[in-house]
Design a protein around this ligand. Structure first.
Ligand code: HDD
Length: 701
């Protein structure tokens, strides 16, 4: 990996060295303290005195350290970065930050939806992808997800879908899971959730990394140019590293071994200079009265427009280059809002979007303790704010003037309004068709299955196999047979083959579809498989045997670094391997490492069962049949697990013996053996470009 380091965090750059920076310990009022380890007492064994102002201040502040976690998307990780416009969007929007080579600071927060703040990263769930652009025209927030569709078509259903997905209210289990009765009860009764649920059950529900996810604005937005002409668009983020996922067993093991897997991955990549990048793109559609494109209702957030029908046109590049300095101040307190818009970007009548325009502002008032959250450093616009809003909890501005109202004469009539020609935000004067008030939706919103079928038909056999397995897993966790049966009918309406596979896993009969099956054209762009991708930041476990020449390990470690990847040296015990006076540090031990930490494993030798091996004193270990080839069982587990998860495995020299002890043939797919370390690494790197050895997965359909 390059020597480049995390850029300076722009929010804290000026103060980084100041806070807690070696000065004297003081109270919150700045009074210096001579002692802070003992309460003020009446004698060393006496009672504590109520007059101890320092004790009371310290404990009181501590008592109030927590704020309510987000009602959804509570678990997250974030980073600072920069967005550079390509200028290609200038023909359809006047938004200044999309102009050619305009650079805009950004803060991006990724999240899971269902879990609490302390829940595991790698659960099966939708991921949030929220971007705050600090533009020269005010803040623009693009509050998206890693899936382009949503469970519901109208915001009024949001409490329902979230109550169904959150833990059961009686025992508060399960945490951060959709595999339970209430979730499946809701999504099978409320079939507009079918398409999004299918995305969750696909590999998209378990990303390998935040750096390897697509992002979607989901709704159709309306862009407006300098002349007032409008275009409807859908926003897409395309990761430079490609879209990649974990496999389900790997995700589950990781949730236990490293619940912070995605958070760590993002921070480590940025820290080491492997800055993640995404291209922002738009699909564009004419702003017609009916707001349809090729028969697809652009106001229905359960529908996509396949990229084959409307290609994604790149309009800018996002680079994340600085980690937050303080999790609470930045990642926790950042407040996104769909209504944070800038001139040139407007909303549409999508009823889900309209409800969100209310919800986000409202939630911040509870979460951040009042209406002044925009004054928090992470939320402050990078332009002057003259809003006439006054007072309230946590007001930190000292406003001058006497006339915070308009019109006024006492403050010279200030501040002045700005029309579109002076950078003002002017809503597009769209026609509102004459209509009656109704609680209803357009007839096109009744189609709940055709696009789920489109997604299913666009998957490769391997991806379909994963989908079958995840539905079978989740529905097996439902206690109520009626819910499983109802879910099978929903699956039959997507595809009878999918339904039959899941039904056989559940041991239930496969029902017939209840709606006519459609025949959509598959969209190859929806599949994640295929293609070759950069390997930046990929983690290679270099497993070292005690009798291995450390200088070879040092060379291969350096080669991994030079290729922009991350080597982790794993050995039986910690410490250092002495490579001719230039030691190599052991970063993981067999006892603490698990295959899930690595994208690929390189074997330097065949680590033997040692006295330190867990269970070595167990009689079973002395039985040659229990430990294949005398290889350390923890290494064997690492290899068989990595093999099952489709990971590339490489070995040279005696390392090949460890592979065969694990029952892995040297000519198996995704396995490379070589005489020299360099050749093994070269082969391994090539394999990694495909993310996994896909030929190892046996397609079921
Ligand atoms: Fe939402 C947070 C994305 C529908 C109400 N939402 C939240 C976050 C993301 C999304 C990424 C986390 C932001 C952060 O990192 O702070 N939400 C979406 C997407 C949706 C969506 C892509 C559909 C297209 N959301 C949605 C609806 C409602 C909400 C329909 C309510 C009617 N969402 C919220 C919220 C949250 C939130 C309660 C919780 C914390 C917050 O806003 O700041 O207001």
């Amino acid at each position: 990996m390059s020597d480049k380091k995390n850029e300076k965090n722009p929010v804290t750059a000026a103060t980084e060295k100041v806070a807690q920076g070696g000065g004297r310990l003081t109270t919150a009022q700045g009074t210096r303290l001579y002692e802070s380890d003992h309460s003020l007492k009446a004698g060393p064994r006496g009672p504590v005195l109520l007059q101890d102002h320092h004790l009371r201040e310290k404990i009181t502040h501590f008592d109030h350290e927590r704020i309510p976690e987000r009602v959804v998307h509570a678990r997250g990780a974030a980073a600072h970065g920069v967005f550079r416009g390509y200028g290609s969007a200038a023909r359809i929007t006047r938004a200044a930050f999309l102009g050619k080579d305009v650079e805009t600071p950004v803060f991006v927060r990724f999240s899971t939806v269902l879990g609490s703040r302390g829940s595991a990263d790698t659960v099966r769930d939708t991921r949030g992808f929220a971007t705050k652009f600090y533009t020269t025209e005010g803040v623009f927030d693009l509050v998206g997800n890693n899936m382009p569709v949503f469970f519901i078509q109208d915001a009024i259903k949001f409490p329902d879908v979230i109550h169904a997905g959150k833990p059961h209210p009686d025992r508060e289990i399960p945490q951060a899971q959709s595999a339970h009765d209430t979730f499946w009860d809701f999504v099978t009764l409320h079939t507009e959730a079918t398409h999004h649920t299918l995305w969750n059950m696909s590999d998209r529900g378990i990303p390998r990394s935040y750096r390897m996810m697509e992002g979607f604005g989901v709704h159709t937005f309306r862009l407006v140019d300098a002349e007032g002409a409008t275009t409807l668009v859908k926003f897409h983020w395309k990761p430079r590293l490609g879209v990649h996922s974990l496999v389900w067993e790997e995700a589950q093991i990781t949730a236990g071994m490293d619940p912070d897997f995605h958070r760590r991955d993002l921070a480590d990549a940025i820290e080491s200079g492997a800055f993640p990048q995404w291209e922002l793109g738009v699909q564009t559609f004419p702003d017609t009265e009916e707001q349809m494109f090729e028969g697809i209702d652009l106001l229905d957030p359960t529908k996509i427009v396949p990229e084959e029908l409307a290609p994604v046109q790149p309009i800018g590049l996002l680079t994340l280059n600085a980690n937050p300095t303080n999790y609470f101040a930045e990642t926790e307190q950042v407040a996104f809002h769909v209504g944070h818009l800038v001139p040139g970007i407007d909303v549409t009548n999508d009823a889900l979007m309209q409800g969100r325009l209310f919800s986000y502002l409202d939630t911040q008032i509870t979460r951040l303790g009042g209406p002044n959250f925009a004054q928090l450093p992470i939320n402050r616009p990078h332009v002057p704010v003259d809003d006439m809003l006054r007072d309230g909890m946590h007001q930190s501005a000292v406003h001058s003037g006497v006339a915070p109202y308009r019109p006024n004469s006492l403050d010279g009539g200030c501040p002045f309004l700005a029309g579109a020609d002076a950078g003002g935000y002017v809503e597009v004067p769209v026609e509102v068709p004459a209509a009656r008030k109704v609680r209803d939706a357009a007839a096109s919103f009744d189609d709940h299955f055709s696009q789920a079928r489109l997604f299913w038909l666009s998957m490769t056999p391997t991806e379909r196999e994963h989908i079958v397995a995840s539905y079978t897993f989740e529905l097996s966790k439902c206690q109520e047979t009626a819910i499983r049966e109802r879910a099978l009918t929903v699956l039959a309406n997507i595809d009878p083959g999918l339904c039959a596979e899941v039904a056989s896993g559940l041991g239930l009969p496969a029902p017939a579809p209840t709606v006519p099956l459609t025949d959509p054209q598959p969209s190859p762009a929806l599949s994640q498989l295929g293609g070759r991708w950069p390997t930046d930041g990929r983690v290679i476990g270099v497993v070292v045997a005690a009798d291995q020449d450390p200088s070879e390990v040092r060379t291969v470690r350096q080669a991994v670094l030079d290729a922009g990847m991350v080597p982790l040296v794993v050995a039986a015990t910690g410490g250092q391997l002495d490579a001719d006076g230039d030691p190599v540090t052991v970063q993981r031990t067999f006892g603490a490492a698990r295959s899930t930490e690595f994208d690929a494993i390189l074997l330097a030798g065949a680590p033997a069962v040692g006295a330190d091996t867990y269970g070595a004193r167990d009689a079973k270990v002395d039985d040659g049949a229990a430990i294949a080839g005398g290889v350390d069982p923890r290494v064997l587990l690492m290899l068989t697990e990595a093999y099952r998860h489709g990971k590339a495995l490489g070995a040279w020299g005696a390392g090949t013996e460890a592979l065969s002890a694990a029952g892995i043939a040297s000519d198996a797919p995704g396995v490379v053996t070589a005489g020299a370390a360099s050749a093994a690494l070269e082969g391994l790197t090539e394999l990694l470009k495909h993310h996994r050895a896909w030929d190892r997965f046996t397609p079921a359909l």
